[in-house]
Design a protein around this ligand. Structure first.
Ligand code: NDP
Length: 426
């Protein structure tokens, strides 16, 4: 039995903690530590009141603590005192590097669900965390990056496709559809600040050869990096309509997304990777209005003699994603469509999960976005603690054996479906 320290007490952390407590044979002890300890205690109380808690005759022993994860010396001391086998960072991407520093200082492995992003710049990329590779390797420690659904499961799906069905994958489209409705005119399903920064940024997709790519909108920029090219577009400039299994037809828009960068490095023969997310018209209209009046700005402004950051103020006004569970109805459908070759023949393959908001709420008290992120975080931790994902150093999810993770998805609440005749995205 292992001992895990979980940092953060929001919507995703609550699900990850609940799913760990459903697997007490692996997760013997759990410390939930976050900035506001009352929220850790609320998660503990909720789990201990669930009918499945301790139903297997053994129960995860849950304790709580207050910690500001940016305080590396205090965090290091807390890790040294608790002596976990793994630290899971399910706070915010801003804390990634501080928690990785504390893990190195305390000699403990690390897992997170989103890659580092500096607070003062709405921009995420792996370079900051990949810079820790040598230090984790030398210390004999593992860091698993981006182990949610997307990033996370989308990369496990890619490794699975590559291992079982393709000699080479040429194109990959990641489709993230939320067909759920929470009844508010505008709310975000995970941390509002991170969500709005992500969707209001320029769109971009990854290509191996920009000369071979013919985008249908004016490309403002084609930027080379060490493994491929980014083709940048204005925000939400590329729109497609897709008919999702069990959800129906939805508008989806091309976004920049973190896993494109690592998959561009790790998929053999890959030529193009795109990421699409569905948005309803009400969400887009509200977002445009908020942008137009400056409410999504991330730089400090003066307000009555005080400095405030508009997007932080907006976050305080919006519904807390952790409270959307009882109101949200409908399903999510997230998956990957691949095209490539096997034994010289064209292969098309679609693998996806459909998740029901109300079923998640009945099981762990959360909506499906937190659920589809928290469950994979628990599975990644389980694979590590059970010795199935053991590579030392800093790794993204496609760098590990996908088979044990894929098997766990089916038994831990996120079963997947596959098709060899998918409708392709134009
Ligand atoms: P929430 O905003 O609901 O929760 C964040 C939690 O982190 C809060 O409990 C907050 O504390 C805590 N926190 C913030 N700063 C600190 C700090 N300095 N020290 C300690 N704790 C801190 O976020 P979500 O649960 O919605 O998201 C969690 C993570 O999951 C994010 O990184 C998000 O980007 C990621 N994510 C990943 C997805 C994927 O598929 N890979 C999908 C969705 C989300 P307090 O309670 O005091 O505010």
């Amino acid at each position: 039995m292992s001992r895990v320290m979980l940092i953060g007490a929001g919507g995703v952390a609550g699900v990850a903690a609940a799913k760990m407590a459903q697997n007490p044979e692996t997760f013997g002890e759990l410390l939930i530590a976050s900035r506001t300890e009352a929220r850790c205690k609320a998660i503990k109380a909720d789990i201990e009141a669930r009918p499945w808690y301790a139903a297997k005759g053994t129960a995860t022993k849950i304790t709580t603590a207050q910690i500001d994860a940016m305080d590396v010396p205090r965090l290091t001391a807390l890790i040294q005192e608790y002596k976990p086998d793994l630290v899971m960072n399910i706070a915010l991407p801003y804390q990634d590097l501080a928690i990785m520093d504390a893990c190195l200082a305390a000699g403990v492995s690390y897992l997170d669900t989103a890659n580092y992003e500096p607070p003062e710049e709405a921009h995420f990329e792996y370079s900051w965390q990949w810079a820790y590779r040598e230090r984790f390797e030398k210390a004999g420690l593992t860091a698993i990056l981006g182990c949610g659904f997307d990033p996370g499961v989308t990369q496990v799906f890619s490794a699975y496709a590559q291992k079982h069905y393709f000699d080479e994958i040429h194109t990959l489209d990641i489709l993230d559809c939320n067909g759920g409705d929470h009844g508010y005119p505008f709310a975000t399903n995970f941390n509002p600040e991170i969500n709005i920064r992500e969707v209001s940024a320029k769109g971009s997709y990854w290509v191996a050869d920009p000369a071979a790519d013919k985008p249908e909108v004016a490309v403002e920029n084609k930027k080379a990096f060490d493994k491929g090219w980014w083709v940048e577009t204005a925000p939400m400039a590329i729109k497609r309509v897709y008919n999702f299994d069990q959800v129906g037809e939805k508008d989806m828009y091309l976004l920049h997304h973190e896993e494109l960068e690592s998959l561009g490095c790790n998929l053999k023969g890959i030529k193009r990777i795109r990421f699409f997310m569905t948005f309803g018209q009400s969400y887009l209209t509200h977002l445009k209005c908020l942008e137009n009046v400056g409410m999504t700005r991330i730089d400090p402004i003066d307000f009555k003699g005080q400095k405030i950051v508009p997007i932080e103020f907006l976050k305080a006004l919006l519904p807390d994603p952790a409270t959307l569970g009882p109101r949200t109805k409908g399903k999510t459908n997230i998956g990957c469509i691949f095209e490539g070759v096997k034994d010289g023949k064209l292969v098309r393959y679609y693998v996806y999960n459909v998740c029901d908001h109300q079923e998640c709420y009945a099981e762990v008290g959360s909506q499906a976005i937190s659920y589809t992120t928290g469950v994979p975080a628990m599975i990644g931790a389980k694979c590590f603690l059970e010795g199935k994902w053991t590579a030392k150093g800093v790794h993204t999810c496609e760098e590990f054996d996908p088979d044990p993770f894929m098997a766990e998805l089916n038994v831990q609440g996120l079963p997947w479906k596959e098709s060899f005749d998918p409708v392709m995205v134009p």
